[in-house]
Design a binder for this molecule. Structure first.
Ligand code: HEC
Length: 220
């Protein structure tokens, strides 16, 4: 009895070891290694080129204006999405990171890098020519560069480029505003903020106190 069981165990193990060798079906099939030569195709390339016009998922870029800032080859003068406070705040943040080192936080071209010998001083955004330039023009300068300024297409994604453009427009308005641009009843110049406690010792950032009752009364 015991012997019979031993024989059947040995037999089972032998079957497990041998049987997989009999299954050749899909284990061996004609294939080529990646990028290897193949005689099957006339150009002998094993890796096939993409079908012409193939577009990766999410890369169709149907909205040409959003991606180029141009309408029929010329810069357009409208934003591809509504400008909100969030758009301007994001634009200010990105502008201060990517543009202000050369163009200065004010956009007057007196940034730190030109002051240290960068080949050419950027023009001020507040010259009439750039004040009149359409928003699509600024988008195009960020996307493709201008003169010795390199492009920022790999660093700044399209939506952020537009956010920056909106902020540059706001900078231009801020430097050329008149009293008529200020809502009625608001002080010109606007009042300095009130600071909570000590204002900025250098070790700590100043904390701006919320507007007092009297200021908000004035603004009504
Ligand atoms: C490394 C310095 C540098 C940085 C960073 C930089 N610029 Fe410039 N920019 C220049 C210089 C220099 C010029 C002038 C180029 C020339 O005339 O050859 C210029 C020109 C321009 C112009 C004017 C084009 C014209 O028609 O005269 C615009 C608009 C502009 N930059 C926008 C931007 C924006 C927006 C950013 C941030 C995304 C930016 N630049 C970042 C250096 C810089």
């Amino acid at each position: 009895m015991l012997r019979l069981r031993q024989i059947s165990v040995v037999g089972l193990l032998a079957a497990i070891a041998v049987l997989p060798g009999c299954r050749l079906d899909m284990h061996v099939q004609p294939r080529i290694n990646p990028l290897a030569r193949s005689d099957f195709f006339p150009d002998q390339r094993g890796a096939r080129p993409l079908v012409e016009g193939t577009v990766a998922r999410g890369e169709l870029h149907e909205d040409t204006y959003f991606y180029t800032g141009k309408v029929g080859g010329n810069p357009g003068d409208y934003m591809p999405f509504p400008v909100t406070k969030e758009v301007l705040e994001r634009g200010r943040e990105r502008f201060n990171i990517y543009c202000s080192p050369c163009h200065s936080p004010l956009g007057d071209g007196n940034g730190f890098i030109p002051s240290r010998g960068f080949a050419r001083k950027p023009p001020s955004y507040h010259i009439p020519r750039l004040q009149k330039a359409p928003v699509g023009y600024f988008y195009d300068v960020i996307t493709n560069g201008f003169g010795i300024m390199s492009d920022y297409s790999s660093q700044i994604p399209p939506r952020d480029r537009w956010n920056i453009v909106a902020y540059v427009r706001a900078l231009q308005l801020s430097q050329n505003a008149t009293k008529a641009d200020v809502p009625a009843g608001q002080d010109v110049p606007s009042r300095p903020p009130n600071f909570k406690g000590v204002d900025g010792s250098g070790a700590t950032l100043p904390v701006i106190a919320p507007a007092t009752q009297s200021t908000s009364e004035d603004q009504k």
